[in-house]
Design a protein around this ligand. Structure first.
Ligand code: SAM
Length: 281
């Protein structure tokens, strides 16, 4: 019989037996609700044998659900103390491979054998955005991301222009993926109990970007500039790129954009129009 790891009793028992003190520094909040694990696995839409990468398996709560789907699971865990725990809790599953290391430093493409895969994770909150950005920017053959993040971050990922949550993260996530929030998860679903509500967000990678961009590097420089100084006009905040006032005026007139607007009101299309006008300079 496979006992469910994601329950308050089992998580308590495992932490006691292996003398694990959850590390706040490593963002360790373990799921204790099997229902949430099931919802995450469902949102990933896994088929048997399909490669899936889990970031931060912890003691294996979510990993167990992934393994039971029949997917081919690779889980990267930074905390060395957890390796022997995972060895024990995941012993019944021969479709799980644990890799020790920092997901931001490892060669993920090589670990996943340069084949398409999905990412499923309850992310460590202290590096949520760096992990998501590094996975998206690395151009790995990722098909979708289903990740638990702080609700506030999930809202930023799906935010539309002109709203308070709209920022560089919104633009990047929506440029690479189609994101939607699957469900909100209350603090009591974790041990230890975090201070904030979490959300599971599903990001399905696009085949191609939603806007035409001549030079992605310029596009993201414009986006960064657009949000660099929130209370300034776009024409002013564009100065952070090092362009002269005259060059910025030329770009804006070519793009047909009013430089007195604020960057945070710009759609992806408008950021692209500016970047493409810059590319032609
Ligand atoms: N998946 C487990 C669960 O849902 O119960 C644990 C999730 S916990 C929020 C985040 C996990 O990520 C922890 O186990 C932590 O040790 C691990 N972690 C933190 N930083 C990491 C990094 N840079 N690379 C890989 N894993 C990391």
């Amino acid at each position: 019989l496979e006992s469910v790891i994601a329950s308050p009793e089992v998580v308590h028992y495992i932490c006691k037996r292996f003398d694990i003190k959850m590390s706040k520094k490593l963002g360790q909040n373990f799921l204790i609700k099997r229902g949430i694990v099931d919802e995450i696995v469902h949102a990933a839409d896994l088929t048997p044998g399909e490669p899936v990468l889990e970031v931060g398996p912890g003691i294996g709560t979510l990993t167990q659900g992934l393994a039971q789907s029949g997917a081919d699971v690779t889980a990267i865990e930074l905390d060395r103390r957890l390796l022997e725990v995972l060895d024990t809790t995941l012993a019944p599953y021969n479709n799980v491979r644990i890799v020790h290391g920092d997901v931001l430093k490892l060669d993920v493409a090589a670990i996943m054998n340069h084949k398409p895969f999905k990412v499923v994770a309850n992310l460590p909150y202290y590096i949520t955005t760096p992990i998501i950005m590094s996975l998206l920017e690395s151009k790995l053959p990722i098909e979708r991301l289903v990740v638990m993040v702080q609700k506030e971050v999930a809202l930023r990922m799906v935010a539309k222009p002109g709203t308070k949550d709209y920022g560089a993260l919104s633009v990047a996530v929506q440029y690479y993926t189609e994101p939607d929030i699957v469900l909100d998860v209350p603090p009591k679903s974790f041990l230890p109990v975090p201070a904030v509500t979490s959300s599971v967000i599903r990001c399905v990678l696009r085949d191609k970007p939603p806007v035409n961009v001549a030079d992605e590097r310029l596009f993201f420089r414009v986006v960064k500039a657009g949000f660099a100084q929130r209370r300034k006009t776009f024409a002013n905040t564009m100065r952070t790129t090092g362009l002269s006032k005259e060059q910025i005026e030329e770009i804006l007139s070519k793009a047909g954009i009013d430089g007195r607007r604020r960057g945070e009101t710009f759609s992806l299309q408008e950021f692209a129009d500016v970047a493409n006008a810059w590319a032609e300079l």
